[in-house]
Structure formats: structure tokens, C-alpha cells
Write a protein of this length. Structure first.
Length: 136
């Protein structure tokens, strides 16, 4: 075998290994859920890779409820509005169809990526900004 044939063989093996790994990951994540049916969700509940829950609409959207942007206004229920939404819906139960959609989108985004993201989050509250050092 010449060098070119060996290189093609190695590339082929790497591609096949990636395909098998992807297939195994899909199978592993197929039964995983980020949400359950009949679970009450708070307003602005975030699901990584999906978005934010707007309790009044009982649906997830890409931006938080009442997020403000100077050039667009306030975002709620899928549109930008000149005024903030005044409804104070603390939580609601999303319909089963929406729960299924969110679980599917979350699986497409990759639960392993979500796990690695949260592993990098520092959980020290205010961090070093309020720590006292000796003598202070």
C-alpha cells in the first residue's frame, strides 16, 4: 500500500467512527427529556438550545419575556412591542405538544453540550468582589 491509500483509509475510518459515535449519541439522548408533561414552568424558564418560556403564551421563544432593545422595544410572545407586557404571569403549564417540541429541540442542540456549558459556570455568588481579605 502506498502513502495515499493509507491516508484515504485513515480518513475513511475517522469518518465511520464519527458516524457511529453520532448514531450512538442520538440513541442515548432519544430517551432523555429536559421537561415533563404537566410540569408547571416559571416565566422566563431557560432551556439551553431552545430559548425562554413565556408563561402567558405557554411557549418558548428565543428571547426572554419583556427583553428591551432600544431599536426594537420589548419582546414578548414572539414579537417586538413598543410597550412591555403588563401581564404578571408567574408560571403556567405548557401544553404537551410544546413540551414535545422543546424536548426535541433540546436533543438536537445536544444535551452533552449543555452539560459542558454548565460545568464551566462559576458558582460563587458575587465572587471575589465582596470577599474580605485579612486586615480589611
Amino acid at each position: 500500500m502506498d502513502f495515499f491509500s493509507i491516508a484515504i483509509l485513515i480518513v475513511g475510518l475517522v469518518v465511520i467512527a464519527n458516524i457511529i459515535n453520532e448514531s450512538l449519541s442520538r440513541r442515548k439522548f432519544a430517551s432523555m427529556k429536559v421537561l415533563e408533561v404537566d410540569l408547571e414552568c416559571p416565566n422566563n424558564h431557560h432551556v439551553l438550545g431552545v430559548g425562554y418560556y413565556h408563561a402567558a403564551a405557554q411557549k418558548w421563544f428565543p428571547y426572554p419575556w419583556n427583553e428591551y432593545r432600544e431599536d426594537r422595544g420589548y419582546y414578548w410572545n414572539g414579537t417586538w412591542n413598543p410597550e412591555p407586557d403588563q401581564r404578571m404571569v408567574a408560571k403556567s403549564t405548557p401544553p404537551a405538544v410544546e413540551v414535545a417540541r422543546v424536548n426535541e429541540e433540546w436533543r438536537k442542540a445536544g444535551p452533552a453540550q449543555a452539560t459542558s456549558f454548565w460545568a464551566t459556570v462559576e458558582r460563587e455568588g458575587f465572587g471575589t468582589a465582596i470577599r474580605r481579605s485579612e486586615g480589611s
